[in-house]
Design a protein around this ligand. Structure first.
Ligand SMILES: NC(=O)c1ccc[n+]([C@@H]2O[C@H](COP(=O)([O-])OP(=O)(O)OC[C@H]3O[C@@H](n4cnc5c(N)ncnc54)[C@H](OP(=O)(O)O)[C@@H]3O)[C@@H](O)[C@H]2O)c1
Length: 250
């Protein structure tokens, strides 16, 4: 079985740099995905906002019997002021459902001690949530189904529809923050669900990319450092949120 690391969203930005750094002296195959084609054209393109695209890509990985040492869920979008409902839906689908569905689809290909690295953001920190919403997200028994329900209610609330689940009212107004807060919660859920794997969130810091803009203090090599380190680091604490190679609070 050929061993590999998969990195999503490698057309540009931090993902392109993660791919470049991992490829230097790699002992396993490094597969970078883009929307058009992935792994130098051997795999279908991957649009992480589209569940069919995720299934198509994952089926090809499974068909080729690749053994995954690490999955770096990097692809992501920022919509700023969330101009309309479509933006809010798209951000949650790309930044939360995308990594969630891709990780689930690739689970059968994971090596017993594989790493799942979700590229998140300090903007998803729980300080942006009300005390009640924070308490719900930090519940030790929260499940993926419950989190999906909360995300669904958040979308309904943002789209002006009736919501019965009052706890989502304390979520941040900016969909990007909500999407990364949900992703961090998923990290904690998955780390408990799969004790044989290591699942972490990583904040790359504020980085000069199309997303981060020209004023950001970090360059892409600094942004890529922690995810690249985490792919091979001898010891990582599953379920934690990392920045600059160290755990930080959620
Ligand atoms: N830059 C920062 O300051 C910063 C800070 C904290 C966290 N982050 C996180 O770091 C990650 C990378 O950000 P970045 O700054 O490198 O952003 P970027 O320069 O905007 O690049 C985003 C990457 O994600 C891909 N992508 C977006 N939507 C996708 C989709 N639906 N399907 C597949 N690929 C998709 C893009 O591909 P296309 O070229 O096809 O659009 C591109 O390769 C994101 O998760 C982001 O939230 C960034």
């Amino acid at each position: 079985m050929e061993e590999c690391i998969i990195v999503t969203g490698t057309a540009r930005g931090i993902g392109a740099e993660i791919l470049r750094q991992l490829q230097e002296g790699a002992s396993e195959r490094i597969i970078g995905t883009t929307r058009k084609a992935s792994g130098n054209g051997e795999f279908p393109g991957l649009d992480v906002s589209d569940s069919q695209s995720i299934e198509g890509f994952a089926s090809e990985v499974l068909r080729r019997r690749l053994r995954l040492r690490a999955l770096i869920n990097n692809a992501g979008v920022y919509s700023g002021r969330d101009r309309n409902d479509k933006d809010v839906d798209y951000v949650l689908h790309t930044n939360y459902h995308g990594p969630r569905l891709l990780t689930n689809a690739l689970l059968p290909a994971m090596a017993p001690n594989a790493r799942i690295i979700h590229i998140s953001s300090g903007m998803g920190e729980l300080s942006g949530y009300s005390a009640k919403a924070k308490e719900e997200l930090l519940r030790p028994d929260i499940t993926e189904d419950r989190l999906n329900e909360l995300v669904k209610d958040y979308l309904a609330l943002r789209n002006g529809k009736v919501v019965h689940n009052l706890s989502v009212k304390g979520w941040p107004d900016v969909a990007y923050c909500a999407s990364k807060g949900a992703l961090n919660t998923l990290t904690r859920i998955q780390s408990k669900l799969w004790p044989h794997l290591t699942v972490i969130s990583v904040c790359p810091g504020w980085v000069r990319t199309d997303m981060g803009g020209p004023s950001a203090p970090r360059d892409v090599s600094q942004g890529a450092d922690t995810p690249v380190w985490a792919a091979h680091a001898p010891e990582l604490s599953s379920g934690k949120f990392y920045r600059d190679r160290k755990p930080i609070p959620y």
